[in-house]
Write a protein that binds this ligand. Structure first.
Ligand code: HEM
Length: 239
């Protein structure tokens, strides 16, 4: 083996050791989580186009579907981020369970820790939501009358005819908000972008992101339920 090859192998070994360390896994979780949060900001903004009318939200969807490199690039990046995020979470949970096999005798109830404690259960719920959501609006399996290439019609159809869907999405957006609040705050801490703060309400980035995404996503089912986003005169797909 040449000196250069040896140096390369040792660098790869150090990288692998770092990636499998607790700090490495926390960083992987933070970066993959922030990637998915970035997707959610774009997704929520695109959903709000429903308020501007069917042509706007459908044009955005058409644009994405007409550029397969962009669509599949984004899908593959998101799937990779999800796999890294979930795997790191499971491995980190195992490490903390091994480090403290017997729980604390007493736990002080704090607002700061409510989201942290419930985050694992909420994550399972969130995973279930993602599966149902894709079956609802991407494949149309759970939406009778699903119109391929017409997300506007699908949103109006789902939230006006499937009461369970409207209720489920409204509840799940609270879960998304809580997950984002805790996750963004943890990611910022892990990446050293903020100093520790004891007051849970003094985490401006996490609070603004979580509240903005909750409100933005919730606005679409609420808009349909209130008739602000409704059926157009001619309900034919515009793709
Ligand atoms: C009220 C909240 C939401 C609504 C109304 C909504 C609506 C939609 C619609 C209509 C589509 C299909 C878009 C198209 O055909 O071009 C879609 C796709 C998608 N949504 Fe959502 N969404 C919501 C929240 C979320 C959340 C919280 C997540 C992630 C946790 C999410 C993840 C996705 C993904 C991954 C896709 C598939 C994109 C693809 O085609 O690969 N959505 N959503």
């Amino acid at each position: 083996m040449t000196a250069a090859a040896k140096a390369g192998a040792s660098r790869r070994g150090r990288l692998a050791t770092f990636a499998s360390s607790t700090v490495g896994r926390k960083i992987a979780m933070a970066v993959s989580g922030l990637m998915m949060a970035g997707f959610l900001v774009i997704h929520m903004t695109a959903n709000l186009l429903a308020y501007a009318g069917p042509e706007h939200i459908n044009a955005y969807s058409r644009f994405l579907h007409n550029v397969p490199e962009l669509l599949w690039g984004a899908r593959i990046a998101l799937l990779a981020a999800l796999v890294v995020h979930v795997t790191s979470a499971i491995l980190l949970t195992r490490v903390s369970a091994t480090a403290r096999p017997v729980g604390y005798d007493q736990r002080e109830a704090q607002v700061a820790t409510i989201a942290a404690r419930t985050i694992r259960w909420l994550s399972v719920l969130l995973a279930l939501f993602i599966v149902l959501h894709l079956l609802h609006f991407t494949t149309g399996t759970l939406l009778p009358g699903f119109a391929e290439g017409d997300p506007y019609a699908n949103l109006v159809n789902a939230f006006s005819t499937q009461r369970w869907a409207a209720a489920f999405y409204l509840v799940m957006m609270v879960v998304v908000g809580l997950h984002l609040y805790h996750g963004t705050w943890s990611a910022i801490r892990t990446l050293g972008l903020s100093r520790p703060r004891r007051n849970p309400f003094s985490r401006p980035v996490a609070t603004v992101l979580a509240v903005a995404l909750w409100l933005g996503f919730t606005a679409v089912p609420v808009g349909v339920l209130l008739g602000l986003v409704g059926p157009r005169p001619s309900a034919t797909a515009s793709r």
